[in-house]
Design a protein around this ligand. Structure first.
Ligand code: ZN
Length: 278
């Protein structure tokens, strides 16, 4: 499988929100997505980053607050459809989108991907499905980003069929074989959002990637086992679970230095991987 780490737009926020002890200056948080080209299943994505729909959906109050909290920069060439073109791909070529969670910066291009199946953990969308619209903002959810035929194209992860992971994934013990061929393993990373899913994927050169979405905003959080500012707990449905997920990532990082651990919004990590790997 060929793997490309990319991003579609970025937002800015003060560093000290993302990590305790961080500076007051505003830093960039790229909205990462990954293109995975599988020999049998074709081209697939992990998340989608931003699209212009983010701006459409945050025109009006109270949703406009979302834009104010996380000011977004997005250029024409950042759009996922334009980036796919540079790989000779069209939206109809994307067979699957693996959705880490349903915050707008991860799903804003779902409406552009009219032919894909959507793979996600059932409880990631289950609690949003019946949410009154007045509570959308509390969950950073913009329902206008969900395509009308979303349900019929969804392929929810079957939580009743976990696979027990070998020691090389410790302390992560349980995962989900998302394509049935062992090439993409989904793991639960609870705390940041309901049903947040990370992915273990191995590329054709036997490099193992671990996409950890927003379980940490910066790689340094994982390296130093240092959580975000306490105010971020107000955004998390389960701050305690967030903390123990971060602890697990820290342990994993220390014991698996060869794995490329990729937090979705860590500029240093994303930029480092966007350049062609040796
Ligand atoms: Zn995010």
């Amino acid at each position: 499988m060929k793997i490309n780490i990319l991003h579609a737009g970025y937002c800015t926020a003060p560093e000290h929100i993302a990590i305790q002890g961080g500076g007051w200056r505003s830093i960039h948080f790229p909205a990462m997505f990954a293109l995975m080209r599988h020999p049998r299943f074709g081209a697939m994505l992990f998340d989608t980053g931003y699209s212009y729909r983010f701006f459409d959906e945050t025109q009006k109050f109270p949703r406009r607050f979302y834009r104010w909290m996380t000011p977004v920069t997005l250029r024409e060439e950042d759009l996922i459809v334009n980036q796919l073109l540079t790989f000779g791909l069209r939206p109809r070529d994307i067979t699957h989108v693996f959705i880490s969670h349903f915050h707008a910066d991860h799903i804003a291009s779902l409406p552009d991907l009219g032919w894909s199946r959507f793979v996600y953990m059932p409880h990631a969308f289950g609690h949003l499905r019946n949410l009154p619209p007045s509570e959308d903002m509390k969950h950073a959810f913009l329902r206008g980003l969900i395509p009308p035929d979303f349900d019929s194209r969804s392929q929810e992860v079957d939580m009743s069929k976990p696979v027990f992971l070998p020691d090389e994934y410790a302390p992560f013990k349980m995962g989900y074989d998302l394509l049935g061929d062992g090439s993409i393993i989904g793991v639960e990373l609870p705390g940041h959002a309901h049903g947040q899913m990370g992915l273990f994927v191995r590329d054709e050169n036997d490099r193992l990637f671990f996409f950890v979405a927003d379980a940490a905003w910066l790689k340094r959080s994982i390296v130093e086992n240092r959580p975000p500012h306490k105010v971020a707990n107000l955004l998390f449905p389960d701050p305690e679970a967030y903390r123990s997920t971060l602890e697990n990532l820290h342990t994993y990082y220390l014991t698996h230095p060869e794995t490329y651990v990729v937090p979705s919004h860590c500029e240093e990590t994303i930029r480092g991987l966007e350049a062609p790997l040796e």
